[in-house]
Design a protein around this ligand. Structure first.
Ligand code: NAP
Length: 194
């Protein structure tokens, strides 16, 4: 199913379609929701426009918040919501202010929603990846050798992360082994900028 998470007005129709699909599959509820979609617009303070700001917050914060709100009726007792943040909420890097602030908001809403949804047994946590070799930011962490080397040198494990390593951490967080964990921020960054 396609969904543009910056288009909150489409969430009602999306949720209805998803609900009908779940019924067809004989699974009436969702067990895990991972809010992974995210965008970054990077630049120094004076270069960031109001449109850049709205794009980043509209996707990362507004989209995440209202998608969870739309999906709440479909969440099973004991289900898990995992929101993808960033190591940039702990350490700083120039030209990342709006993106970092949006992820800090994701972490704050994760903690509050953990309190709100806890009575239904729903766990809400955030995963904060460090620099990871994906398409993000034009694929810089994957394709720009200079950037990779620079970041690796500031990371305890001496390299940038691979997408599977974030996926494995999310799968672990979704597992029953961590059923007593909620309202937490888990950083998966190889020890970036300690
Ligand atoms: N890579 C890193 O170093 C890093 C570090 C910290 C945190 N993160 C976070 O990790 C998450 C995944 O990013 P990534 O590294 O895998 O980057 P990516 O390769 O650029 O993937 C971003 C994903 O978000 C989707 N997306 C963006 N805007 C969307 C929208 N409006 N509606 C629906 N989907 C949308 C993209 O879909 P399309 O492909 O269809 O556009 C893509 O699948 C993001 O939240 C990012 O902020 C990444």
């Amino acid at each position: 199913m396609h969904l543009d998470i910056s288009d909150v007005s489409s969430f009602g129709a999306f949720t209805s379609e998803l609900s009908a699909l779940l019924e067809r599959w004989g699974a009436s509820r969702l067990d895990v929701v991972v809010n992974n979609a995210g965008v970054g617009v990077f630049g120094p303070l004076e270069a960031v426009t109001a449109d850049d700001f709205d794009t980043v917050f509209g996707t990362n914060v507004r989209g995440t918040f209202f998608l969870i709100q739309s999906l709440v009726p479909l969440l099973a007792q004991g289900s898990r919501v995992i929101n993808v943040s960033s190591s940039l909420t702990r350490h700083t890097s120039p030209a990342t202010s709006v993106y970092s602030a949006s992820k800090a908001a994701v972490e704050a809403l994760s903690r509050t929603l953990a309190a709100e949804l806890g009575p239904r047994g729903i766990r809400v946590n955030s995963i904060a990846p460090g620099p990871t070799a994906t398409d993000f930011n034009g694929g810089a962490m994957r394709d720009d050798a200079g950037m990779r080397q620079g970041l690796a040198g500031r990371t305890a494990l001496g390299r940038v992360g691979e997408p599977e390593e974030i996926g494995d951490a999310i799968a672990t967080l979704a597992s029953d082994g961590l059923r007593w964990m909620t309202a937490q921020r888990i950083e998966v960054s190889g020890g970036a900028l300690l």
